[in-house]
Design a protein around this ligand. Structure first.
Ligand code: MN3
Length: 241
């Protein structure tokens, strides 16, 4: 088996693995009613994972006020709102995978806020101060193998981020052993049954104006160009295996 075959087979094996997202599920403690031993169904709710760095850590590429508002207002609201919907609508999903794979049956509130909760937890982990550059190791090989070169990948991913009209996300996903680039509108993500782009998310960029407007105004291209300096390839690689 040559190197290319090895990478392809490894990716196929990973694609078969269960989709696991960032740790955003809080399994509430199961407290049986007094005097009974009857197990209760475990409810689940979304949680906002702690930001892995201070608000100012990504300066100059993302300013501190944008990070603070994005995390403490926008993201926090998605988490609060989806959890309200879970309770108010009696949504029976037991984990994030079943929530997203059945999202077509849920309300717009559940879909939009569930996506917003998950997508941002994912997004924060994929950035870190003073990162960027080209990926090495298996993720680097996989990207070069799929798209020709890292530079070509960067061009295609940037294009997906730029061409998403209005609010949304651009993604790199693993599906059926292959890497794909695409985008989703609003807070949809590739785990959702309603999404045209499906697969296991490996990398994402938020292209909502709230992600960049304070510093870049209408210049999404400058935000995307700066964001490449923050990509935490170790975190992306860890999603592969
Ligand atoms: Mn956002």
């Amino acid at each position: 088996m040559d190197r290319k075959q090895f990478i392809t087979r490894s990716l196929q094996a990973m694609a078969g693995a269960a989709i696991s997202g960032p740790a955003i599920i809080q399994a509430a403690a199961c407290t049986p009613a007094r005097g009974t031993m009857k197990p209760m169904a475990e409810p689940f709710s979304f949680a906002q994972t702690p930001l892995p760095y201070p608000y100012a850590a990504l300066v100059p590429h993302i300013d501190a006020l944008t990070m603070e508002i994005h995390y403490s207002k926008h993201h926090a609201a998605y988490v609060k709102n989806v959890n309200e919907a879970l309770v108010a609508e009696g949504i029976g999903a037991t984990d994030e995978a079943s929530f997203f794979s059945g999202v077509s049956k849920l309300s717009a509130k559940a879909r939009n806020n569930g996506g917003g909760a998950w997508n941002h937890n994912f997004f924060w982990q994929l950035m870190a101060p003073a990162r960027g550059g080209a990926p090495s190791g298996m993720i680097g090989d996989a990207i070069s193998g799929a798209f020709g070169s890292f530079e070509k990948f960067k061009e295609l991913f940037t294009d997906a981020a730029m061409k998403r009209f209005g609010s949304g996300w651009a993604w790199l996903v693993l599906n059926d052993g292959k890497l794909h680039i695409g985008s989703t509108p609003n807070q949809d993500n590739p785990l959702m049954d309603v999404s045209e782009l499906r697969g296991k998310p490996l990398l994402a960029i938020d292209v909502w104006e709230h992600a960049y407007y304070l510093n870049y105004q209408n210049k999404r291209n400058e935000y995307v160009a700066a964001w490449w300096n923050l990509v935490n390839w170790d975190a992306v690689a860890s999603r592969l295996g």
